[in-house]
Design a protein around this ligand. Sequence first.
Ligand SMILES: *[C@@H]1O[C@H](CO)[C@@H](O)[C@H](O)[C@H]1NC(C)=O
Ligand SMILES: *[C@@H]1O[C@H](CO)[C@@H](O)[C@H](O)[C@H]1NC(C)=O
Ligand SMILES: *[C@@H]1O[C@H](CO)[C@@H](O)[C@H](O)[C@H]1NC(C)=O
Ligand SMILES: *[C@@H]1O[C@H](CO)[C@@H](O)[C@H](O)[C@H]1NC(C)=O
Ligand SMILES: *[C@@H]1O[C@H](CO)[C@@H](O)[C@H](O)[C@H]1NC(C)=O
Ligand SMILES: *[C@@H]1O[C@H](CO)[C@@H](O)[C@H](O)[C@H]1NC(C)=O
Ligand SMILES: *[C@@H]1O[C@H](CO)[C@@H](O)[C@H](O)[C@H]1NC(C)=O
Ligand SMILES: *[C@@H]1O[C@H](CO)[C@@H](O)[C@H](O)[C@H]1NC(C)=O
Length: 292
Amino acid sequence: FSHNLPFFSLSFNLVVIALEETTIVSKPGDNATLSCIYRGRELHLKNLRVYWQIADDQEECSVVHALISGQDNESEQCIHFKNRTQLFWDRLENGDFSLLLLNVSQSDEHRYKCVVLQKTEYTKVIHQTEVVLSLAASYSQPILSGPINSDSTGEEMTFSCRSGNGYPKPNVYWVNKTDDSHLPPSELKITPHTDGTYSVFSTLKVKATSNMQIECSIENKILRENLSANYTQQNQSDGSSTERHKNLERNGRGAQAAGIVSIVILLGLLAVLTCCLWRRRSSKLVSYTGNE
Ligand SMILES: *[C@@H]1O[C@H](CO)[C@@H](O)[C@H](O)[C@H]1NC(C)=O
Ligand SMILES: *[C@@H]1O[C@H](CO)[C@@H](O)[C@H](O)[C@H]1NC(C)=O
Ligand SMILES: *[C@@H]1O[C@H](CO)[C@@H](O)[C@H](O)[C@H]1NC(C)=O
Ligand SMILES: *[C@@H]1O[C@H](CO)[C@@H](O)[C@H](O)[C@H]1NC(C)=O
Ligand SMILES: *[C@@H]1O[C@H](CO)[C@@H](O)[C@H](O)[C@H]1NC(C)=O
Ligand SMILES: *[C@@H]1O[C@H](CO)[C@@H](O)[C@H](O)[C@H]1NC(C)=O
Ligand SMILES: *[C@@H]1O[C@H](CO)[C@@H](O)[C@H](O)[C@H]1NC(C)=O
Ligand SMILES: *[C@@H]1O[C@H](CO)[C@@H](O)[C@H](O)[C@H]1NC(C)=O
């Protein structure tokens, strides 16, 4: 998803500088490499200053990383980037000043600028690059669960759809595939996780019709990605699907049976308890009357 928008500017000392801009998309919590590569003549690190900074103007602190005379210089680095930046030391001599930014989060979404200055008789900018860091992560394939019995036309049915591990917050669409109309969800819950990603859970309540086709679609606006799962009403005679339905029914019956058994046990306990209490009380009553 990276694209280049190169344009050329002419600096006052008539050195042509190519200012490229790239966008890189990274997942929250991952390490991102912001690229800055100078393909020029031989370089002497001792004569160079490399600044990585935030190019958006409203930022109070802008220094992300500085390399001065071949050494990292942390004196002006913003606290936000402390211990989170690294240059690739084995590649510097080759003009690769790319920056590794560790554990990226939403607060790192900026336009970054890499400026390479060379000091010979006078100091001049020999290279500049801009990189836009944007965060995104694909959602997992949505899981759509529908009702087991599909022969109850007119009854209300509840569908649920879940997905996760994505960024940014998704859009959720429920679609009636029969006429491609959108259906309003009855519930939509988006949960943030510690790694910065989100999970989503949505339900849909509709009146059952014959030959229903329902789709749940999870849209990631940044990645322009739409993942969907569909529900197609199954005929009762369809062998492969009834296998699953039977399994679910069996689980349902098992749960029902367990419920009944526990209620019976509970009633039994209750009966024993009341019986004991009654006996005690009556024996007390007997003893009282005995004293008087
Ligand atoms: C990011 O880099 C650090 C240090 O090199 C490493 O320990 C960590 O595992 C990396 N994280 C990911 C998600 O690759
Ligand atoms: C960092 O740079 C400042 C000036 O920009 C300088 O005074 C300081 O000595 C440098 N520190 C290191 C460790 O090079
Ligand atoms: C950076 O790391 C050093 C040592 O590894 C530590 O003392 C310091 O507190 C860390 N700074 C931040 C801002 O995390
Ligand atoms: C990554 O950054 C988040 C905050 O953005 C922090 O909660 C988490 O502990 C960091 N993880 C690592 C491995 O440093
Ligand atoms: C889906 O669309 C068809 C055709 O418009 C309609 O008959 C049906 O009732 C719709 N189903 C739901 C669940 O809204
Ligand atoms: C994703 O699907 C929904 C529902 O069908 C649609 O409205 C939206 O435009 C789609 N988005 C993309 C990026 O395809
Ligand atoms: C429904 O989804 C399945 C995969 O889950 C796919 O194979 C099938 O073609 C889809 N049907 C429709 C009508 O979109
Ligand atoms: C489902 O039933 C309809 C009629 O109710 C029939 O036309 C269709 O062929 C059946 N499909 C399958 C897969 O059995």
